[in-house]
Design a protein. Structure first.
Length: 388
């Protein structure tokens, strides 16, 4: 799938940078064009892989290159003020080579949370290609103001894009690590999951290997649909490599017949179960899924068709949706078999409900503090008048 990626804000720019590194080292060819947009000059300068001419500093008359902090209203103002400059950077790509646009942003800060939905609306007005968002939610312990911003931006982003691919930092945050290390690992997780999904079926990545059932750009676009929220599951297992003929792929053999983790069919069905019921990019009730896609990747001889069909039927029963697509993605140099499960159009999302509750509480706390400050100020004024 060929994408024009726009990283908006600090988190969006860093994830875009990692996507470019992933695309370069693996030769996936998924990024047709990349643009980083930010109101903080230092963040743009810190990027490694985004070309300098595709780094757009916005809002200089508003925040003077220092960023929007945690103020989404400032981020929105910066985006509206310099939309022509952003568009000029995007115009450097040829849209005939692009299957879709992907706007990446962290939703807890100011620039990305405020500006990304505005850019998405703008792109949808101009282009016939789908416009998707990749929204990154803050962890619970990042504070009430970040969750308040995210609750507001999440709703706006969902309404602005054809589909919002969601990633919850809280589900992947580990304890006992520095903030920099934590975000670095989270960004790697984002890129590995979504990079594997978008590179499926790309000829540059497949090389001489042809999938039995190709998952191409149209399959991904049809799964994501025209609006909604998407969560992605992933599971993988290391395998021992053996030199075998291609017939093993169709027989489902894996060297010695049955390995410690079961034969090829059982391995695939087991991985799909773990990907679906394990850690998702956004925890949700899987039976609220409207459309689903299953992708199994790994060495060709381990991509058993019977196992994929069996896993697809299980996914249909588990999600309760009739629209389930499935395919394989042969990677001869890999030493792992992996399953990617895309749950699109999910509606029962406890994390979003909790985030909205935290946003309401944060707003109430701010109003309470403001009321208390006004009362204290009034008392101070009255005390001063009494002294006179």
């Amino acid at each position: 799938m060929k994408l024009a990626m726009i990283g908006f804000g600090q988190a969006g720019g860093k994830v875009l940078d990692r996507f470019l590194e992933y695309d370069s080292t693996r030769g996936t060819g998924i990024i047709s064009h990349a643009v980083a947009v930010n109101s903080a000059k230092a963040d743009l300068m810190g990027l490694e892989f985004v070309p300098n001419e595709n780094r757009v500093l916005i809002g200089q008359s508003v925040v003077k290159g220092h960023g929007a902090g945690t103020e989404p209203e400032l981020g929105e103002q910066c985006a509206r003020e310099d939309m022509e400059e952003i568009q000029s950077a995007i115009d450097r790509t040829t849209t005939s080579e692009v299957d879709a646009f992907l706007v990446l942003a962290g939703l807890g800060g100011g620039t990305g949370s405020g500006g990304a939905p505005i850019l998405a609306e703008h792109l949808k007005r101009l282009y016939v290609e789908p416009v998707y968002g990749l929204g990154i939610l803050p962890a619970r312990d990042e504070g009430g103001i970040y969750n308040r911003n995210a609750a507001r931006s999440f709703q706006q982003f969902v309404e602005s894009v054809d589909n919002l691919l969601a990633f919850d930092n809280d589900a992947f945050k580990s304890g006992g690590e520095s903030l920099h290390e934590g975000y670095s690992e989270i960004n790697a997780e984002i890129v590995s999951r979504f990079g594997a999904l978008f590179s499926a079926g790309e000829i540059e990545a497949l090389g001489d290997n042809v999938a039995e059932s190709v998952v191409d750009a149209s399959e991904i676009i049809n799964t994501l649909g025209e609006q909604g929220i998407t969560s992605v599951g992933y599971a993988s297992e290391e395998i021992e490599r053996h030199d075998r003929g291609l017939l093993d792929r169709f027989r489902g053999a894996n060297g010695d017949g049955i390995s410690e983790s079961g034969d090829a069919t059982n391995r695939i069905t087991s991985l799909v179960r773990r990907a679906t019921l394990g850690k998702l990019t956004l925890q949700c009730e899987v039976d609220s899924t409207e459309r689903a896609l299953l992708l199994v990747s790994g060495p060709p001889e381990h991509l058993n068709r019977k196992g994929i069909d069996k896993a697809r039927k299980w996914l249909e029963e588990t999600t309760g949706c009739l629209e389930v697509r499935a395919g394989d993605y042969p990677l001869p140099n890999e030493n792992r078999v992996a399953a990617i499960v895309v749950l699109s159009g999910v509606t029962d999302i406890p994390r979003v409900k909790e985030m909205q509750r935290m946003a309401i509480e944060a707003k109430e706390n701010v109003e309470e503090l403001q009321a208390g400050s006004e009362e204290d100020l009034q008392k101070l004024i009255e005390y001063g008048d009494d002294e006179e």
